[in-house]
Ligand binder design. Structure first.
Ligand code: UN1
Length: 498
């Protein structure tokens, strides 16, 4: 259904709203009901070039604004996000599909990140270090990297953007931002907030377009000094290859195949809460979503029946209704891919305990809904146990010991998040030490990372960098070592290393 009140999502370059030269647009569609919400301008290399020029020019003055004053802009942006929280959350549900309460939580992450990074403007610590020589001062300080090219995904359109934009700005960088084409509305509202907060023109530039055109142009552009990307491992690997050739700094956050381990001493009701929330929240479309459930055989049957009961109670539908638990997935293509994995799981010999179908009865037929799905007796070598599905599909793998559980957790190529439900202190500390992921939860599910801690993962999940927390400042600043010699003579190191 095409409505007459469609918003035109334009680029925001050098403080001006402008359509791309191509004159082309793509539709922004509500995955809950197929309604067209707006039309997105389709950019090319030209708009990236314009945006980079504006960002480069603006960076010359932005880097000289004292960091606490840069923080004042972020406080203002945080206030505006707070004022508009409900509007943004509703729009987020409409264009992305996550249920309204989760959407509120996501906008809150952006608010928290704004205030947190605003405060960093008064810290941005370096170190004073004793010099080897008399009358010489040695110190380290953070300096901006330059122009940051940010490529962000559709599953957390405002939170993940805020994890990158705010540390980039507080660090004295300017930004060229390419949001996902599936979620242009949140990017549009975010850019309007930057404008309303009087951020100097050119400091944040928004360019809509595809990864293959606009994303590629960003990676290739000689005046973009750092690329920060969150998205698929396949795209991240391509970006990494090209950026390395160009000797460009690159920070990557990619997939996950996150597991929850449930030991035989666990509180099973608590475990069920954590599992259902992590596996089926956001319809399984989180990088941190739990898609493997590694269960001690002693409690396997009990846990299965508790899960089947609870999953059966989940309500599917349009996430704008407060009583809905699981919204749609992002697109028809995603729906089909999820279903393909379910067919693969069946063929591989896993036992389907519940779900396993596209949900298309009544109103649901207008959107892209998949039934929350649980497989059991999954073998660690099956594709459903190894590949990221990014949908509401959970695979239960039985084990006989913690050692085996940890081995299975660690054998995937990904390493974002993991969790264990146990009431045993030895199990807790062993898991903390041995689970090979960037995030570990004890007695909670795999989702729910807080913005002031480092977010990211090991192995093919990332490339050693972290979003959010002060760790994000390491992505968006360079270290400079400064020596001030006030001895008045040429001093050479006393220690034998001159
Ligand atoms: C993501 O899916 O990439 O920890 C981000 C969580 C959220 C962020 C997820 N705070 O699940």
């Amino acid at each position: 259904m095409v409505t007459s009140t469609k918003t035109a999502y334009l680029n925001f370059i050098d403080g001006k709203w402008q359509p791309a030269k191509s004159g082309e647009t793509v539709e922004n569609v509500n995955p809950a009901n197929g309604e067209v919400i707006g039309l997105v301008t389709v950019s090319s290399e030209k708009e990236i070039d314009d945006a980079v020029k504006a960002a480069k020019k603006a960076q010359k003055t932005w880097r000289l604004v004292p960091a606490p004053a840069r923080g004042e802009y972020l406080f203002r942006i945080g206030d505006l996000l707070k004022q508009k929280k409900e509007m943004l959350a509703r729009l987020l549900t409409q264009e992305m599909g996550k249920v309204i309460d989760e959407a509120r939580g996501e906008v809150q992450e952006a608010i928290d990140m704004a205030y947190y990074m605003a405060g960093e403007g008064r810290r941005l610590f370096g170190q004073t270090v004793p010099s080897e020589l008399p009358n010489k001062h040695a110190m380290s300080m953070r300096v901006p990297v330059g122009v940051a090219g940010l490529i962000t995904p559709w599953n957390f359109p405002i939170a993940i953007a805020s994890w990158k934009i705010f540390p980039a700005l507080i660090g004295g960088n300017t930004v060229v931002w390419k949001p996902a084409t599936d979620t242009p509305a949140l990017a549009y509202e975010f850019a309007k907030i930057f404008e309303e907060a009087d951020l100097p023109k050119g400091v944040v530039n928004l360019v809509y377009g595809s990864g293959s055109t606009v994303g590629q142009a960003m990676v290739e552009h000689p005046d973009i000094d750092i690329i920060s990307f969150t998205g698929s491992t396949e795209t991240g690997s391509k970006i990494s290859g090209r950026a390395s050739e160009l000797l460009k700094r690159v920070s990557l956050e990619m997939g996950g195949k996150n597991a929850i381990i449930v030991m035989d001493d666990a509180d099973l009701d608590l475990a069920v809460d954590g599992i259902v929330w992590s596996a089926f929240g956001t319809s399984g479309q989180r990088c941190t979503a739990c898609s493997r459930l590694i269960v001690h055989e002693g409690i396997k049957e009990k846990l299965e029946s508790l899960l089947v009961k609870r999953i059966g109670e989940l309500k599917l539908g349009n996430g704008l209704n407060e009583d809905i638990d699981v919204g749609p997935v992002i697109s028809k293509r995603a729906l089909q891919q999820i279903d393909e994995y379910v067919q693969i799981g069946k063929q591989e010999g896993a036992t389907l305990l519940c779900g396993g179908r596209i949900a298309d009865k009544g109103e649901l037929s207008k959107g892209h809904y998949y039934e929350p799905t649980l497989f059991t007796d999954v073998n660690r070598n099956m594709r459903i146990a190894k590949e990221e599905i990014f949908g509401p599909v959970l695979s239960l793998i039985p084990v006989s010991s913690l050692e085996e559980a940890i081995e299975i957790n660690n054998e995937t190529n990904y390493g974002l998040s993991s969790a264990i439900f146990t009431n045993d202190t030895n199990n807790t500390f062993t898991a903390m030490r041995d689970l090979d992921t960037g995030i570990v939860y004890i007695n909670a599910g795999t989702t729910g990372a807080e913005i002031h801690l480092p977010f990211g993962g090991t192995k093919h999940t990332g490339n050693g960098h972290r979003d959010s927390g002060t760790a994000a400042l390491d992505v968006f600043t360079e270290w400079r070592a400064v020596y001030v010699d006030y001895s008045g003579s040429l001093q050479r190191a006393q220690i034998d290393n001159n």
